[in-house]
Design a protein around this ligand. Structure first.
Ligand code: ADP
Ligand code: MG
Length: 166
């Protein structure tokens, strides 16, 4: 069951598919220049969540971990793009500045795994998703935000998910 308070939204996913379904709900709501900051250890489910986000947003491109390539770019039939960045191998926010995040945000939504590693290079306002291992198939997801746009986005996401539990 979702646990509710004003500024965070927390839930437990019981399977990779459930994590993808939660991601789809979020992906449907995303607009260009929205930024989703994903944190959590290896295996927490960040890439699995992004698979759902990308599907819900509307691409049928295959979503893989960009750990080695740093950035994956997905396309929707209408030509809009979404960038998926993995900061695991970046040493500092300085390195991230070479990636041209402004261009990525102009192209469409930006999803960042290991966002905390390049915090200084990212806009302050974002939707943050913190993921943690609970057991083999269970993961905790905690959504929080900075900024009005992401407050609204979290409200929309929460309402959609709570409705589907009702
Ligand atoms: N409830 C769950 N949500 C997400 N992943 C899960 C869940 N239960 C098990 N898993 C497994 O955990 C792993 C998560 O890997 P991945 O999404 O690549 O994590 P990260 O990107 O955080 O390193 C996958 O093998 C996935 O199948
Ligand atoms: Mg990953």
């Amino acid at each position: 069951m979702p646990i509710l308070d004003a500024n965070t939204f927390e839930l437990i996913s019981r399977s990779p598919d459930q994590t993808r379904r939660i991601g789809m709900r979020l992906g449907e709501l995303l607009l260009p220049s929205d930024i989703i900051c994903l944190t959590g250890d290896l295996g927490a489910g960040k890439t699995t969540l992004v698979q759902g986000i990308a599907r819900g947003w509307g691409t049928s491109d295959v979503v893989t971990s960009p750990t080695f390539v740093l950035v994956n770019n997905y396309r929707r039939p209408d030509g809009v793009q979404m960038n998926h960045l993995d900061a695991y191998r970046l040493e500092s926010a300085l390195e991230a500045e070479d990636l041209d995040l402004d261009r990525m945000l102009a192209e469409g939504p930006l999803l960042v795994e290991w966002a905390e590693r390049i915090k200084a290079a990212l806009p302050e306002e974002c939707l943050a998703v913190s993921m943690a291992w609970v057991s083999d198939e269970h993961r905790r997801l905690v959504f929080s935000f900075k900024g009005d746009r992401f407050h609204r986005l979290l409200d929309q996401l929460r309402n959609g998910i709570v409705m589907s539990f009702a």
